[in-house]
Design a protein around this ligand. Structure first.
Ligand code: AMP
Length: 231
């Protein structure tokens, strides 16, 4: 942990979070667990895009090749995607996972905050070296039905290769191949520096940096502690 701890008052009213982290940092598994333990709704742009590709709707057809190649989808399409998935006046607690990913998307998030009358209470970066992340990604598995994420060593399902929630056979993501992972890491390096610097400079104690190199349980515990969330 490099950043500070949120004060008790902030933690008690903690409603909306943004979680950052390179591919393989474990951010999606951590977000899922927070969702299950504390009732957050996950807003996962990657999953919303994969759903659009599976449906082969007009957005899905536009972004399919970018997803396969590990390239970022243009900011304006991300804005449209989120507009259709977020309505004003909703009382749900939200975790944004995988968004914002570029400096251009910072303005999109600000527009969402204004339009939906919500305010992000914490921005958390799960920090992990490229080497460790690359090693972790080889064991990653997802459920093709509910998108739950697992890791063969760090977070195995209860029954080998089967989703804990619906028993479906787990798969590897098509963009988890070594070649595409290298591209995704490179793109992360390119955009994350300026993006995280922006939030570090502008958000003060709302910006938290968590060491993601421990076991899943250790990192989750550290995350909860620094957000002031107690299970
Ligand atoms: P993820 O599931 O977050 O790893 O995202 C999978 C893929 O979806 C990425 O490699 C990008 O192609 C695309 N994607 C997800 N979120 C974004 C975003 N915020 N901006 C641009 N592209 C995105």
């Amino acid at each position: 942990m490099v950043g500070g701890t949120l004060g008790v008052e902030a933690a008690l009213s903690l409603a909306h979070l943004v979680i950052f982290g390179r591919p393989g940092s474990g951010k999606s598994s951590l977000a899922e667990r927070l969702g299950a333990d504390f009732g957050y709704r996950l807003i996962r742009t990657g999953e919303l895009l994969r759903e659009a590709v599976r449906r082969q709707d007009s957005l899905g057809r536009q972004v399919e090749s970018q997803l396969k190649a590990g390239q970022l989808v243009p900011d304006d399409l991300i804005g449209t995607l989120l507009e259709t998935n977020l309505v004003a006046g909703n009382q749900e607690r939200l975790i944004f996972d995988g968004f914002p990913r570029t400096l251009g998307q910072v303005a999109i998030l600000e527009r969402i905050e204004e339009r939906c009358q919500l305010s992000i209470d914490a921005y958390v970066d799960i920090h992990l070296s490229l080497e460790l992340a690359a090693r972790r990604m080889t064991g990653r598995r997802v459920c093709p039905k509910c998108a739950a994420t697992y890791h063969l060593i760090n977070r195995p399902p209860r029954v080998a290769e089967r989703c804990d929630h619906d028993g479906i056979m787990l798969i590897s993501r098509t963009d988890d191949s070594a070649e595409v992972v290298a591209i995704r890491q490179q793109i992360y390096e390119q955009h994350s520096g300026p993006l995280l610097a922006h939030y570090r400079q502008t958000m003060g104690a709302k910006f938290q940096e968590i060491d993601g190199s421990g076991t899943f349980a250790e990192v989750y515990q550290s995350l909860c502690r620094h957000l002031g969330l107690v299970g």
